[in-house]
Design a protein around this ligand. Structure first.
Ligand code: NAG
Ligand code: NAG
Ligand code: NAG
Ligand code: NAG
Length: 142
């Protein structure tokens, strides 16, 4: 097989894998509307975690925040996968200066002065065959 054929085949395979992964049965109806996905979706969990790291990296808070609820989880097929997510992100008891890099070990703050939750909306676009992740929107408000 020539290089061009190989490239075409791998693109087709990538497209096939995507449609299988998304559980889309009618290839012709693929482009377009965002569909609800499970909050257990592996790709979703990855982008949510990446969003939390990015949030923490950009905040000046003394504590780490972590996702506390996912209120909207959608995925759209557009030259890759686009995740559209609404989530709540809340302050944990872990201090940033302790450099704990495992958020699942950090409990949320108990009720009180330090308890705080932000409502965030983000859209991330993954192009698996180019190994590329683009954060298109990331907005949070308290
Ligand atoms: C998608 O999820 C949202 C929020 O969870 C819900 O309000 C909506 O009814 C769902 N849409 C469909 C088509 O299931
Ligand atoms: C954290 O933010 C800084 C500057 O805002 C950036 O240079 C760095 O790459 C970011 N690190 C991570 C892990 O996102
Ligand atoms: C983070 O901590 C949890 C719970 O203790 C553990 O199950 C998980 O393997 C840890 N993850 C990493 C990347 O260390
Ligand atoms: C994809 O990106 C990751 C992280 O940036 C890197 O470790 C990996 O080697 C890359 N894979 C390919 C096929 O480029």
């Amino acid at each position: 097989m020539g290089l061009k054929t190989l490239l075409l085949v791998s693109l087709l395979l990538a497209a096939l894998e995507l449609s299988l992964a998304a559980g889309v049965h009618h290839v012709r109806s693929m482009p377009g509307s965002p569909l609800n996905i499970s909050t257990d979706d592996r790709g979703l969990r990855q982008v949510v975690l990446a969003a939390a790291y990015s949030f923490n990296n950009q905040s000046n808070d003394a504590f780490l925040f972590k996702p506390s609820a996912i209120t909207r989880a959608q995925r759209q097929i557009v030259k890759g996968l686009r995740y559209i997510v609404d989530l709540e992100i809340s302050r944990t008891v872990c201090r940033k200066r302790d450099h704990n890099n495992n958020l699942s070990k950090c409990d949320l703050q108990p009720k009180g002065r330090l308890q705080q939750t932000f409502q965030c909306h983000f859209e991330v676009w993954l192009i698996p065959w180019e190994n590329e992740t683009n954060v298109q929107v990331f907005l949070c408000k308290s």
